[in-house]
Design a protein around this ligand. Structure first.
Ligand SMILES: CC(C)(COP(=O)(O)OP(=O)(O)OC[C@H]1O[C@@H](n2cnc3c(N)ncnc32)[C@H](O)[C@@H]1OP(=O)(O)O)[C@@H](O)C(=O)NCCC(=O)NCCS
Length: 175
C-alpha cells in the first residue's frame, strides 16, 4: 500500500468489488465518466481479471487507514501510462457518502506525490466534463491547469458538453 498521511492506495482485492460496483453504478459517478454503462457482478469480476494483465493501465482501491482497520473510500485509475514520454492520465472517484470532506483533494496530493516523486512522471493530465464544477474546482485547487478541451464530446442532460483537458507538469508541481 502506498501511504500518504492516513490515506493510501493498493491493488483492488476481491472483497472490494461489491463496493466498487455500487460506486460505479451510482448515477452521480457514471454520468461524470466518458461512457455511460452500469455493471453487474459478472461484469465487475471480468473487469477485475482483465485489469490485472493490462499494461499501461493501473486501477487501485483508495483506502483510509483508521486506527486498526482500513476503510475503502474510492477508486483510482492511472491510465495511458507512457514511460517513454513520462506522462499518464489520472482519475478517481470517492464513495458518494464520503464526498465533500476533503478526501478527493488529499487523494490527489497523494497521487501526484507518488507519480512525480517516485514514478518520475514529467506530466500528469486528466479530463473533466464541463458540467462537473465539483471536480473542476478540485483539480484547479491541487494545481492542474486548463490546457484545452474536446468540443461537444459528451452528451448529457439533453445537450452536448465539452470535455476539458487539464495538466500539471513536474516543474509546476514542485513550485
Ligand atoms: C469529484 C470528486 C472526486 C471530489 O472528491 P471529494 O472528496 O468530494 O472532494 P473534496 O471534498 O476533497 O473537495 C475538494 C474541492 O472540490 C471542490 N468541491 C467539492 N465539492 C464541491 C461542490 N459541491 N461545489 C463546488 N466545488 C466543490 C472544492 O474546491 C473543494 O475544495 P475545498 O474543500 O477547499 O472547498 C467526488 O465528488 C466524486 O467522486 N464525484 C463523482 C464522480 C466524479 O465526478 N469523478 C470525477 C470525474 S472527472
Amino acid at each position: 500500500m502506498y501511504m500518504y498521511k492516513d490515506l493510501g492506495f493498493r491493488p483492488i482485492e476481491r472483497e472490494d468489488l461489491d463496493a466498487l460496483k455500487e460506486l460505479h453504478n451510482d448515477q452521480s459517478t457514471f454520468l461524470n465518466l466518458a461512457t455511460i454503462h452500469m455493471v453487474d457482478d459478472d461484469d465487475q469480476e471480468a473487469w477485475w481479471e482483465i485489469q490485472k494483465s493490462k499494461k499501461g493501465d493501473e486501477r487501485y482501491s483508495l483506502i483510509r487507514q483508521n486506527t486498526d482497520k482500513e476503510e475503502l473510500i474510492g477508486r483510482l485509475r492511472i491510465v495511458n501510462i507512457d514511460n517513454a514520454n513520462r506522462n499518464c492520465e489520472v482519475g478517481l472517484d470517492i464513495l458518494p457518502h464520503l464526498r465533500g470532506q476533503g478526501l478527493g483533494k488529499k487523494s490527489y496530493y497523494m497521487v501526484l506525490e507518488y507519480l512525480f516523486m517516485h514514478q518520475n512522471m514529467n506530466m500528469v493530465y486528466l479530463k473533466a466534463a464541463d458540467y462537473n464544477p465539483e471536480a473542476i474546482g478540485l483539480y484547479e485547487k491541487v494545481g492542474f491547469r486548463h490546457t484545452g478541451y474536446l468540443k461537444d464530446f459528451l452528451y448529457r442532460h439533453g445537450k452536448y458538453w465539452n470535455y476539458l483537458i487539464m495538466c500539471i507538469t513536474k516543474d509546476e508541481y514542485l513550485s
